[in-house]
Design a protein around this ligand. Structure first.
Ligand code: THU
Length: 146
């Protein structure tokens, strides 16, 4: 990932975090998902009084993009912290990693976790979800190897 692309995606994630609807946890998350063509779809976490319908920022971004016909993704930036200034690296939850696994090549897809445009870390999905289960497993004749 080029530094400029990372920083652009982080900026978009930080903007999306402003829309976080998180009155119960006060934990605000923004995400920005980039397609292989360079389009960006953003998302924030959206909580609910019944708690379990809550959706994470990452999945909001994925479902917006997939819901508009995009399925080829290059990278996602994630910015999350308690309300107020960004203060921590907020790694994606296990459910969101599994959703990434559905649509992304784990050896190619980049996950950028950021505090700011200057303070961030980049991982491949495979590093965050090693030995993952994905669409390939459901294909007949799948060897169990990569
Ligand atoms: N959250 C996310 O948006 N993404 C994650 O990967 C972890 C957690 C949200 C869900 C909930 O609204 C709040 O953060 C506290 O868990």
């Amino acid at each position: 990932m080029e530094k400029g692309d990372c920083q652009k995606l982080i900026r978009e994630a930080l903007k999306a975090r402003e829309f976080s609807y998180s009155p119960y946890s006060d934990y605000r998350v923004g995400a920005a998902l980039m397609t292989k063509e360079g389009e960006i779809f953003t998302g924030c976490n959206i909580e609910n009084a019944a708690y379990t319908p809550t959706v994470c920022a990452e999945r909001t971004a994925f479902f917006k993009a997939v819901g508009e016909g995009r399925r080829d993704f290059a990278a996602i930036a994630i910015t999350g912290s308690p309300a107020g200034r960004m203060s921590q690296l907020s790694w994606p939850c296990g459910v969101c990693r599994q959703v990434m696994m559905e649509f992304c090549d784990p050896e190619e897809f980049y996950v950028i976790v950021a505090v700011s445009e200057e303070v961030y870390q980049v991982r491949r999905l495979k590093e965050l979800l090693p030995e993952g289960f994905g669409p390939a497993n459901l294909q007949k004749g799948h060897s169990g190897k990569e």
